[in-house]
Design a protein around this ligand. Structure first.
Ligand code: FAD
Length: 425
């Protein structure tokens, strides 16, 4: 068992309070019941409620309790590993719409923040992906040309430009997307909740949805009658839809925040407050916070005691990449669960009145924001031809889900070995 760390995060210590929620009247009823108050459920709620749909969000714990309130806060308008042509090849026409949506996803996130005046430390400072190995540079050129074909500009930086941008000589060059940035993710989730309430949606927390029978939603507090039901639970095992959680592989990610650095030192590392995630298999992601802390992401093989081990390991990685920072002292360590699909693409299932969507794959801030809006369009129109995803009627389980759950961690040592070998080439 991994100890619960939601309240241990820097975001929990610094985000504005969640909006007050009026008590739900029982028995409850809504045109659309959304299960899960993360980025997906909340952006969907905003869009539906603004269109006049009676919308109710039910959350088991509190707003942003899942990956949405614990993540690194990097806003990345790109797919994990895949380029736009790969996505279109896999998904066809919906893939073209998904590519357009992701290209505009950072603009959508920062636009939403501006429209609703969300106080979430948002900075549209750019996202940089530096190459840990020389052999990644050719791929960067191809990826930038690929995005260019879809009207999205991504720059390729050679080593001197990358050194200047990162404040480090550790990498070989980089891809830079100036539309990316970062934010305080729990503050974003709580802000989205406030915007959903203002739009007319209802949100109730501390309500565990235990089963769905037709249009009846059974919860720990009573029955809710719904027209449609959307499961925005990130395919967590608590999702009340048999088989949904077996359609993803859980990926455990740790985040940690350093003590604050002096403004002089901050200016020497990832200039202009870019958010950074590099090309290693062994996840390495960093970004500054408003109060001059570095937030670092990483993965561990063994879950027991992983936070403390990773704090040491990441302190070493920071010292290697940014020796000018001196000793690295970690203040907070927390953990979250991401969900991976085998092809790293989102999945949308529809069965009767129930829709279930998982779009995590470690890049959910932009992805889920645009998919929440798109899903609202589908619910309002019933027109699947405008969705940026195919609508699946059959649940696709990952092969041997119980074993697959260990795969990301079991393969991590191999990934680390490959990173080290790649670096030598
Ligand atoms: C540690 C970590 C770091 C990450 N870093 C980044 C990053 O830097 N940038 C990025 O873009 N993405 C990142 N991601 C991915 C991103 O956080 C997710 O893709 C996104 O937050 C998923 O949002 P969601 O709304 O689908 O799900 P979640 O935020 O997980 O919300 C699901 C909600 O459903 C609720 N729920 C579950 N079961 C029930 C039930 N039975 N009844 C009622 N409620 C229920 C849960 O309590 C939860 O609040 C990261 C993920 C993790 C875990």
């Amino acid at each position: 068992m991994i100890p619960e760390t939601f309240t241990a995060s820097l975001w929990h210590a610094t985000a504005p309070e969640a909006p007050p929620l009026p008590p739900l009247e029982w028995p409850a009823r809504a045109d659309v019941v959304i299960v899960g108050a993360g980025i997906l459920g909340l952006t969907l709620a905003i869009t539906l409620a603004r269109s006049g749909v009676d919308t109710l969000v039910l959350e088991r714990d509190e707003i942003g309790f899942g990956a949405s309130g614990r993540n690194g806060g990097l806003v990345v308008p790109a797919f994990p590993r895949l380029g736009p042509s790969d996505v279109i090849q896999k998904l066809g026409a919906p893939g073209e719409r998904l590519v357009a949506a992701i290209a505009g996803s950072a603009a959508k996130v920062f636009g939403l923040i501006k429209t609703h005046a969300l106080s979430c430390e948002a900075v549209q400072s750019g996202w940089i992906m530096p190459a840990h190995a020389q052999n990644r540079m050719a791929g960067f050129e191809a990826r930038a040309r690929d995005w260019e074909r879809f009207g999205h500009t991504v720059e390729v930086l050679d080593k001197p430009a990358c050194d200047a941008a990162t404040g480090s000589g550790w990498w070989h060059g980089a891809m830079l997307d100036r539309e990316g940035g970062h934010l305080n993710p729990l503050a974003y989730a709580r802000g989205l909740a406030r915007a959903a309430l203002e739009a007319g949606a209802r949100i109730a927390t501390g309500i565990d949805v235990t089963a769905i029978n037709g249009t009846s939603v059974e919860t720990s507090q009573g029955l809710v009658h719904a027209g449609r039901i959307v499961l925005a639970t990130n395919a967590l095992p608590t999702t009340p839809l048999p088989g949904f959680s077996a359609s993803v592989v859980p990926l455990h990610i740790w985040q940690m925040a350093t003590k604050p650095y002096s403004p002089e030192l901050v200016r020497t590392v990832v200039q202009g407050s870019l958010s950074l995630s590099d090309t290693r298999n062994d996840l390495f992601a960093v970004r500054w916070t408003r109060d001059n802390r570095l937030v670092i992401g990483g993965m561990a093989v063994l879950l027991q005691g992983a936070g403390a081990r990773l704090a040491k390991r990441n302190a070493k990685r920071i010292a290697e990449a940014f020796p000018q920072l001196g000793p690295v002292e970690i203040d907070q360590v927390w953990h979250g669960r991401a969900s991976l699909t085998p092809d790293l693409l989102p999945r949308l299932y529809e069965t009767g009145p129930v829709i279930a969507l998982t779009a995590c794959n470690g890049r959910g801030i932009g992805m889920n924001t645009v998919l929440g809006e798109a899903l609202a369009g589908y619910i309002l129109s019933g027109d699947a031809s405008q969705m940026p995803l195919p609508v699946d009627r059959d649940m696709r389980s990952v092969p041997k889900p119980a074993l697959a759950a260990f795969a990301p961690r079991a393969l991590l040592p191999l990934g680390r070995l490959k990173d080290a070998m790649d670096r030598r080439t």
